[in-house]
Design a protein around this ligand. Structure first.
Ligand code: PAF
Length: 279
């Protein structure tokens, strides 16, 4: 496995491989890797000649300085996991290498998708995500890029980014990887205390019940049920929304002929967790 810190060296290495007509799979990450990331890496390895993983905690996508400071960093373990998984290339640039002197995002418009859900609570977040994803795509020029469906809104934003900027990469969404008790795997989970860890399975449990209720109950009843479940716990519900998958607009009634999904964001002390389930 080769590890690069400089984009010029990475571009040079990739140009030699692409000259031999190799297909490049790419998994962008912010590190603190878990089995969910590993499943994306394995999928890329299965379907491409070369797999590149980036590890870069992107400052412009954090709207909360404390969240950025506390973002878990486990580089040594990450590199071991990638090596053992069969990854070919890892890119670990510094902030200066990516942003030079001005650590700012480009401003994008994604037909309103960026203003729904996460967009309401994390101002500028998706401009930061799109900026780094476009930068990395332009450096690596991957054939295929893999994103987890836990960040479903991010996945839709990246698909729009590729369409709007006419980038030659296929964006592939991969299923959420869960712990045995249903908790969606997230780098932030390692910040949970033992007590909090015992409480957070409520997120998936409530989502599953909400999906079940969608067959018989009104939207209002479902929203009330979800709110009550969290009011009775120590977790704080930030939002629960049933939305159309393509536009991410909230639906006013459930139509099983449309592709709808239930989305949730919850605060557990200082830690913010998100999840979603298809209806
Ligand atoms: O999902 C993430 O880890 C990040 O948002 C990404 C896609 C690596 C961009 O920084």
């Amino acid at each position: 496995m080769q590890v690069f810190e400089k984009k010029s060296a990475l571009i040079h290495c990739l140009s030699l491989l692409k000259g031999k007509n190799k297909q490049v799979g790419f998994v962008p990450t912010m590190g603190a890797l878990h089995k969910g990331h590993q499943s994306l890496v394995l999928k890329s390895i299965e379907n491409n000649d070369i797999t590149v993983v980036s590890i870069f905690v992107n400052p412009t996508q954090f709207n909360n300085v404390d969240d950025l400071k506390k973002y878990p960093k486990t580089l040594k373990k990450d590199l071991e996991l990638l090596e053992n998984s069969g990854c070919d290339i890892v890119f670990i640039p510094s902030v200066e290498e990516i942003y030079a002197k001005t650590v700012v995002s480009k401003i994008y418009s994604f037909d309103g998708i960026e203003n729904q859900m996460e967009g309401k609570f994390r101002k500028g977040h998706f401009d930061g995500v799109a900026t780094i994803v476009q930068t990395l795509f332009e450096i690596i020029e991957p054939t295929n890029a893999y994103f987890g469906e836990k960040d479903f809104q991010q996945l839709q934003i990246v698909k729009k980014l590729v369409e709007k900027e006419e980038l030659p990469t296929k964006v592939i969404g991969c299923p959420i990887y869960r712990e045995k008790d249903g908790l969606a795997m997230s780098s932030r989970n390692i910040r949970l205390s033992n007590e909090q860890r015992l409480e957070v399975p409520l997120i998936y449990k409530t989502l599953k019940k909400a999906i079940e209720f969608a067959k018989t109950k009104s939207i209002k009843d479902i929203y009330d049920f979800v709110q009550n479940e969290f009011d009775a716990s120590s977790l704080k519900l930030e939002y629960f929304t049933i939305a159309e998958e393509s536009t991410l607009k909230e639906v006013s009634e459930i139509n099983f002929n449309e592709k709808n999904r239930a989305f949730i964001a919850v605060n557990v002390g200082q830690i913010r967790l998100i999840d979603n389930l298809s209806l």
